[in-house]
Design a binder for this molecule. Structure first.
Ligand code: MG
Length: 374
């Protein structure tokens, strides 16, 4: 089980028609994939995200030389070291070693993690609602949501916080007319507001029964304001995609400041930290809906972790929170070929290892050419 070879696949897609959120428009999407091969022939894929030149230098000059010759079964110790150097890179190594361990044991990832509670999981279509279109509400946002409705999605997440309050409010009113109670809606402000404006949004959203949550209304260092907002409103408050360890979620949990945790598979330094956060939500009796916008493989691991999580409600033993599905133009999320939602649900793979094929042709097609990008 000695690690013999590590290949890297930095991938870049330049978005022809930029789209975005309150943080600005995205002109490119990227992912960084690695493939670890052991001396005995087992292989495992991993994924992480950051600026590609940073990752490429870090892997080539430090992480790969460190890992070559080490035992793939020493996942915990290896991740501890790589996490100190680059937390996000550690995620990719953690995924790849998990797959190798599962293959060696002849088990699926869910079996390796103690077995799944759920054979399928709900997904919500996640949008970047802003574009350069003058009439971005109708020509960009609503047309995309309409497309997702036609494809069978029943849950949707759109952006607020990137335009004036009035413009964003009009956008949500138009969307609700489109949905006409045929779908649930989450709104994501990407930490754009203060408490006063967040309260306005909470009051507005309370008039609709189909609101799933209000996401990141305020900066994440304002735990006290989250606590106030949560006690003020009946709308569930969600956040956490940028937090980097289970410990960073604790202030929100102990102060009762969130209803839904949203850890990202790629931000907690490996599978253990990510799964610990899911479990932490259960220990505190609240919901957890993984953030999984930045890659196909990371979304797959979010599926495995969520499938292994006990239902959050005793009232319905099948109740499990949804996963995020990137509905935007991003061919890099389709590297895991057979994962496609049907009627808003994903079937959890049960084969040995990750149980699905990786589309290497697609990866090769989008390999970054080392040219500068911003
Ligand atoms: Mg978000």
């Amino acid at each position: 089980m000695r690690i013999d070879r590590i290949e890297t696949f930095p991938c870049l897609y330049r978005v022809p028609k930029p789209y975005g959120d309150a943080n600005g428009l995205k002109k490119y999407r990227s992912c960084y994939l690695i493939k670890i091969t052991t001396h005995s022939g087992y292989t495992g894929w991993g994924e992480c995200i950051d600026w590609l030149p940073t990752l490429e230098k870090g892997f080539r000059e430090r992480i790969i030389p460190f890992l070559i010759g080490k035992e793939a079964t020493d996942h915990n110790q290896l991740i501890q070291v790589v996490s100190k150097w680059h937390k996000r890179a550690a995620t990719a190594v953690s995924m790849a070693l998990m797959e190798i361990l599962a293959q060696k044991a002849r088990l699926s990832i869910c079996e390796l993690w103690g077995g799944a509670f759920h054979t399928s999981l709900p997904v919500y279509a996640s949008f970047q609602s802003y574009s350069l279109d003058d009439n971005w509400q109708m020509d960009h946002s609503l047309s995309l949501v309409g497309k997702a409705m036609q494809e069978g999605f029943q849950q949707f997440k759109v952006k607020i916080g990137g335009r004036t309050l009035q413009e964003d409010l009009e956008h949500i009113e138009l969307l609700q007319e489109l949905l006409r109670s045929n779908g649930d809606l989450a709104v994501d402000a990407n930490q754009s507001y203060d408490l006063a404006t967040s309260r306005i949004w909470a009051r507005v959203l309370e008039k609709w029964p189909n609101i799933m949550w209000l996401e990141e209304p305020m900066p994440l260092d304002q735990v006290k304001d989250y606590q106030v907002l949560r006690s003020f409103s009946s709308i569930p408050i969600a956040a956490g995609e940028n937090l980097q360890s289970p410990a960073q979620f604790l202030p929100f949990l102990t102060k009762g400041a969130l209803d839904i945790l949203q850890p990202d598979t790629m931000h907690e330094g490996g599978m253990a930290g990510f799964r610990d956060t899911l479990q932490l939500a259960r220990h505190f009796g609240i919901r957890v809906s993984p953030h999984a916008f930045d890659g196909g493989l990371s979304r797959l691991y979010a599926m495995f972790a969520q499938a292994c999580l006990a239902p959050w409600s005793k009232m319905d033993p099948k109740t499990i929170e949804p996963l995020e599905w990137d509905f935007m133009d991003n061919p890099l999320t389709q590297i895991v070929t057979s994962i496609k939602p049907q009627a808003g649900k994903l079937v959890v793979p049960t084969g040995i290892g990750i149980g699905v094929e990786i589309d290497q042709e697609r990866i090769n097609h989008y390999l970054w050419d080392y040219s500068t990008y911003h």
